[in-house]
Design a binder for this molecule. Structure first.
Ligand code: FES
Length: 480
């Protein structure tokens, strides 16, 4: 189902690329990050082309909850402890600067995008932890306080409150920002070699190249596949659900892992998060619906959708040079669940980096960082990848295709072969090769989305095998 943003704002079509082009900057990806980066560079005087595999904002941007906030869960205590106060402050101030930049752009351009000032809250069951987080954030210069006054439909010990944060309608904003940009839709980039971007519709040659395509698909150099995994989460839009103002998110997953925000008269209830490729039992939307019935019995669901986030080894996005061996490539990825602010941070950082200006916040986001903490994260990520591969080689499917219920899918034996199969309501079978075309992990069926999801790095394919999102770049083949 479309998100409430897609249902209430459509973006104009753009032509695909036709033939070769030369430009100063080529940006891969026309989501919020790609469009903001291109806009900032064009404003700075550069000639920019944006190449989009699908449509503008067709990825996570249309599925976000669209909070613009420097409050990112309980991150400031952690960053202060692991990276030190200086880098934690860089992270904090970069996100506050992003918030201010959104406001500037919206006001100066008169963009009608439902911008609202709101407080952001992270709630939890341990008051001491919340107080410590509030104190840490405050010490870094953030507008944070502890409050015991958390108006939630379940008991909590309190919340960390960030004043003067914001929320908006992401597509209304993006439609305006993208308007003066040269964007080619339905133009997937198949390969990047030095200064060339190869597509089936022509080759673009660029002095500088920016990967803003959610998950970078060039494996070597960069090794981003070993430094990130992806997580999915689910949202319901509810009508007639009475709830306090503010944007609310949980501090830990163990108890009541839900998020809340309003848009107009609707309440957006989020939750059900899991690592991509690990939802074989399904029921994520149903779990949210049960809570909606319990907490907001008068409410009515008007939309449901899901989103996917890249999670880095140290919880800080990778924004900056792609790899030492590619000095003219740049990357913006690993936004965790904070894609709106991280997109703007990316635009400011990469504009300055590409234009040769010093940015005081660049160091903490540098993709070249690789300290002991990150190494531990890499090892853990590699372990997950191996787990996915091991499943592929050693597990024998428990099901056969004729046992699948109509409208369901699974990994089964079919004609003596281990394959993925989706059975439609008429009983027609759609078998696919369950080896992920990225690096070969075994795909898993996601019953909530009726999709094939990869547990290693989060590529996704629809029930018929068509690529939804990378790092894989191709569809999975149907088996005969
Ligand atoms: Fe990397 Fe599937 S996304 S192996």
């Amino acid at each position: 189902m479309d998100s409430i943003w897609s249902q209430t704002c459509s973006l104009r079509d753009r032509q695909p690329l036709s033939g070769g082009r030369k430009t100063e900057i080529a940006v891969i990806g026309a989501g919020m990050a790609g469009i903001l980066i291109a806009s900032a560079l064009q404003e700075a005087g550069a000639r920019v082309i944006v190449l989009e595999a699908d449509r503008v904002a067709s990825g996570q941007t249309r599925n976000t909850t669209a909070k613009i906030t420097s409050q990112h869960g309980l991150i400031y205590r952690k960053l202060t402890d692991t990276l030190g106060r200086d880098k934690a402050r860089q992270y904090a101030m970069a996100n506050e600067a992003a918030l201010a930049e959104y406001r500037r752009i919206i006001v100066e351009n008169g963009i009608d995008c439902d911008l609202e000032n709101q407080c952001a809250y992270v709630y939890g069951s341990d008051a001491k932890t919340l107080r410590t987080e509030a104190a840490c954030a405050q010490a870094l210069g953030l507008p944070a306080t502890f409050t015991a006054d958390a108006a939630l439909p379940f008991p909590v010990a309190g919340a960390v409150r960030f004043a003067n944060q914001a929320q908006f309608h992401p597509l209304k904003f993006l439609a305006s920002i993208a308007e003066p940009l040269t964007v080619y839709e339905n133009t997937p980039v198949k390969a990047v070699e030095d200064h060339s971007l190869v597509t089936e519709r022509g080759t673009v040659t660029a002095d500088k190249i920016v990967f803003a395509c959610h998950y970078p698909f060039v494996n070597f150099p960069g090794l981003y596949f070993a430094r990130m995994h992806q997580e999915r989460s689910y949202v319901l839009a509810l009508e007639d659900a009475s709830f306090a103002d503010g944007m609310w998110i949980f501090a830990d997953r163990e108890k009541n892992p839900y998020s809340f925000r309003h848009w107009k008269s609707y309440l957006l209830l989020g939750g059900g998060g899991h690592r991509c490729g690990e939802n074989s039992t399904g029921g994520r939307y149903d779990g949210l619906r049960q809570k909606a019935r319990k907490w907001f019995p008068q409410s009515r669901e008007v939309a449901h959708w899901s989103a996917q986030d890249c999670v880095t080894a140290d919880d800080v996005p990778y924004i900056g040079p792609y790899a030492p061996s590619r000095p003219d490539w740049y990357v913006a990825t690993g936004f965790q669940k904070w894609g709106m602010t991280a997109s703007m941070v990316s635009a400011m950082l990469l504009r300055d980096s590409i234009c040769g200006r010093k940015n005081p916040y660049a160091e903490v986001f540098d993709p070249g960082r690789f300290d002991a903490e990150a190494v531990a994260g890499v090892m853990e990520e590699s372990g997950q990848a191996v787990k996915g591969l091991a499943r592929r080689f050693f597990q024998i499917p428990a099901e056969t295709a004729n046992k699948l219920a109509p409208g369901h899918g699974g990994v089964v034996f079919l004609d003596g072969e281990k394959v993925g199969v989706y059975k439609d309501e008429d009983g027609t079978l759609y078998p696919v090769d369950i080896r992920c075309p990225h690096l070969g992990c075994q795909l898993e069926w996601n019953p909530d989305e009726k999709s094939w999801d990869c547990p290693c790095h989060g590529s996704r394919f629809d029930r018929y095998g068509k690529l939804i999102s990378g790092p894989a770049q191709t569809d999975i083949h149907a088996t005969p």
